[in-house]
Design a protein around this ligand. Sequence first.
Ligand code: URA
Length: 212
Amino acid sequence: MKKQLTKKANNASEKIEKLKAIKEEIINLKNSPLYDFRQKEGNLPVIGEGSHSASVMFIGEAPGANEAKQGRPFCGTAGKILDELLITAGFKREEVYVTNIVKDRPPGNRDPELAEIELYAPFLMRQINTIKPDFIITLGRFSGEYIMAQFNLKQAFTTIGKVHGTVFEGMAEYGKVKIIPMYHPASALYDRTNKEKLVKDFKKLKAYLQHK
Ligand code: URA
């Protein structure tokens, strides 16, 4: 028992160290095309937050204005919707891990560019391999496309409209991982049917987790 507890504690402190290293590297990522904008605006990079032993990890696109001011993912309008959806699925926010592919805010909330995704994505993959979630929920097209391709599921990601809510299985460094692409919560702000689809997918996720 003592041995087991020591192993758990060692794992936890190893995770903290790895996540700290990721954070430090991102803070000092001067070669990012978004670094100067971060400094000029007095913004913060948004690394991610939540449980280090989360079974479910949510991955969005990039921080918006509120997130970059606070250094926290999904703490603005889209975050309110995500919080509602988490309640729908029976999660407390602190039980899951929430992050983005791109860790700095793109100017004017434009879509992230490919070069930005490619620069920041290795940090995301390190976060995944540190936290080792059983489920990855991608929010929106950019994270859906990227993550599915990373797990050899590129062909399966046809359109978000077709694949949302579908459970795919990938192989991570640490073992099997289920990947479920979903619409981005912000899309619910301008399309009520997307909100309905998100609610349905989160309810499905809840049922899936209860019966796995
Ligand atoms: N949209 C995202 O994709 N991520 C955030 O953190 C906030 C809004």
